[in-house]
Design a protein around this ligand. Structure first.
Ligand SMILES: [Zn+2]
Length: 103
């Protein structure tokens, strides 16, 4: 059953914030969601370094600092819903993201 549009726990799942949301999207549907393209690209200002970039997938890193940002499927069209995993999440993007970046 798809849990993208519902949350059993307030403050968790697709309506969590920050790193919790990023990790939720990374794990959703075995990672297939994170690799998927958004319905429409979202213009965003990196919440880590302030560099403008275009979010084209549900999980994507800032091209300047590598900071990982994500948006959940129910809010995929809302730039204000983009969450930032936090500066320390970027230390080992390959470790966290693995094939996400390569795919
Ligand atoms: Zn950045």
């Amino acid at each position: 059953m798809c849990e993208c549009g519902s949350s059993r726990t307030p403050g968790a799942g697709p309506f969590a914030s920050g790193r919790e949301l990023v990790e939720f999207v990374l794990n959703a549907h075995g990672g297939s969601v994170a690799r998927s393209a958004l319905p429409g690209a979202l213009e965003h200002i990196c919440q880590g370094c302030g560099t403008p970039f275009t979010l084209e997938r549900f999980v994507q890193s800032c091209p300047a600092c590598g900071g990982v940002h994500a948006v959940s499927p129910p809010r995929a069209t809302d730039p204000a819903a983009i969450q930032f995993a936090g500066a320390d999440f970027i230390a080992s993007p390959a470790e966290f993201m693995g094939d996400y970046w390569l795919g």
